[in-house]
Design a protein around this ligand. Structure first.
Ligand SMILES: Nc1nc2c(ncn2[C@@H]2O[C@H](COP(=O)(O)OP(=O)(O)OP(=O)(O)O)[C@@H](O)[C@H]2O)c(=O)[nH]1
Ligand SMILES: [Mg+2]
Length: 449
């Protein structure tokens, strides 16, 4: 998407939830909007000042607070107006109707204000994603992580982008401005500094890519699969962990057929637990499909809780991802006492945590064990789009380095470096970013943001 193609129509939207509240906020953006809104106000707006005003049209009248911000010193980088009427849908609908029908404004699309901030260079794409994560945050950790990314606390990737840019211009300068030199001489002119710089970027990218699952888990929650034979108490564990009656529990083996998800937050971290059908050999078609889904849940999980029961039912194994954590739990130990917050004190023999899901014994210990499994390492990358850009950049850097070693010609090195640099630009939404990617990012936002 070409950043200069910003459509400059004036947009308006309710920025607060639709319903009754003390105050609501209506946001308007687009150059010329201050004058356009002032037509309906009893007095003029003063930049950066929130002041009492009256919005009136025909027989409709609303006493409200209003403020305006002049381009480029506003959130969107355009002239903006914010109106704070009473939080009543009838009032807000009427104001927006007047603005659209008589003020020539358009209703804003999802995330359109932030999209304008991006198109006007106020925010990069990574910051926009961080903002969406801040708005979606359900836990303290998600909020901190979003704010750290939004505020630019992670600097390494941006530095790597600059390093690549410098390396690319060095290589291109040699290519374009030393026509009289032979290829080998040109090669020598690209100092080892360029290759050292690429090596540094490779090291950094590998670290970032390794930290991806950590970032994703903070943002989306840690995915836990409960895996075991039928009737060991997996559904009871799901209910105990989430403190809700999520899954059906009966004494009949094979009760759970489909996967059932539940969520909980423990000490500011988010966990998504998937209860699964008991792993068993079966000729029953429905149960067989359930077993397939259970195996898939185990494969997709960040932590797998293998459950056995105290009645000699054994652990069932299944394939899990390399990075996933394994936790072994023996359920139905009804005689054990709750150990409170510290699982170290729990009956944790041979790394097998003994619990009674039915009586809530050592459930806190299990939560603590899962909490301790949260990845310690994470960086700036936390979603699939960002991961894809980082991998593309890394592959191109490795190609540039290998071509450099083989001395196969500077043109090839330059092309690989260009590919690496454009992957970084894509990460931050710089240059001609793909319209579909941009649309997908801003569709995550609500209307009015
Ligand atoms: N005594 C005792 N019974 C339990 C405990 N946890 C679960 N149960 C009982 O074990 C039976 C099976 O529990 P579920 O939670 O449905 O077991 P499941 O592993 O989900 O079973 P499937 O869905 O068939 O795979 C039920 O009667 C539960 O009440 C426990 O800690 N102690
Ligand atoms: Mg079950």
């Amino acid at each position: 998407m070409n950043k200069t193609t910003n459509n400059n129509r004036i947009i308006a939207a309710l920025a607060t939830p639709y319903g009754k509240s003390a105050v609501a906020a209506i946001r308007i953006s687009g150059n010329g909007c201050i004058k356009a809104v002032e037509r309906f106000l009893s007095r003029g707006l003063e930049t950066g000042k929130l002041a009492y005003n009256v919005f009136a049209f025909g027989s409709f009248k609303e006493n409200l607070m209003a403020a305006c911000f002049k381009a480029p010193r506003s959130y969107t980088g355009e002239d903006t107006v914010e109106l704070y009427p009473h939080g009543n849908p009838v009032i807000c609908d009427e104001i927006i109707k007047v603005l659209v029908e008589h003020g020539g404004m358009a209703l804003a699309e999802r995330g359109e204000f932030t999209k304008r901030a991006f198109l006007n260079g106020k925010l990069d794409l990574m910051q926009c994603e961080a903002l969406a994560d801040i708005i979606d945050a359900e836990t303290e950790q998600q909020l901190c992580y979003g704010n750290d990314r939004y505020d630019g606390h992670f600097t390494e990737l941006k530095r790597a982008e600059q390093t690549l840019k410098n390396a690319l211009s060095t290589v291109e300068a040699v290519l374009h401005y030393s026509d009289e030199l032979e290829n080998e001489e040109k090669e020598e002119n690209v100092s080892t500094e360029v290759y050292d710089a690429i090596d540094a970027v490779i090291t950094r990218l590998k670290k970032e890519i390794d930290g991806y699952s950590g970032g994703r888990i903070i943002n989306d929650g840690m995915r836990i699969a409960l895996i075991g034979a039928p009737n060991v108490g997996k559904s009871t564990i799901l209910n105990a962990l989430t403190g809700a009656d999520r899954a059906i529990v009966t004494p009949i083996a094979g009760t759970t057929r489909d996967t059932v998800d539940g969520e909980y937050v423990y000490k500011g971290r988010k966990f998504i637990v998937t209860d699964t059908a008991g792993l068993t050999e079966t000729s029953d078609i429905v149960e067989g499909l359930g077993v397939e889904r259970a195996k898939k849940a185990a494969l997709d999980a960040d932590a797998v809780v293998f459950v056995a029961a105290n009645d000699n039912t054994e652990f069932k194994d299944t394939v899990i991802s390399d990075r996933a954590v394994r936790i072994y739990v023996i359920n139905k130990r009804d005689d054990k006492k709750d150990c409170g917050e510290h699982y170290e004190n729990a009956q944790d023999k041979n790394d097998r945590l003994e619990i009674s899901a039915k009586n809530g014994i050592n459930i806190t210990a299990l939560k603590q064990k899962l909490y301790d499994s949260y990845p310690k390492q994470y960086g700036e990358i936390c979603n699939h789009r960002q991961y894809g850009c980082a991998v593309r950049c890394l592959e191109a850097c490795i190609a540039a380095r290998n071509e450099g070693k083989k001395a196969q010609g500077l043109e090839i090195v330059a092309a690989a470096l260009y590919e690496a640099y454009s992957a970084m630009c894509e990460l931050y939404g710089e240059g001609d970013a793909d319209e579909n990617v941009i649309t997908a990012v801003f569709e995550r936002f609500c209307v009015g943001k």
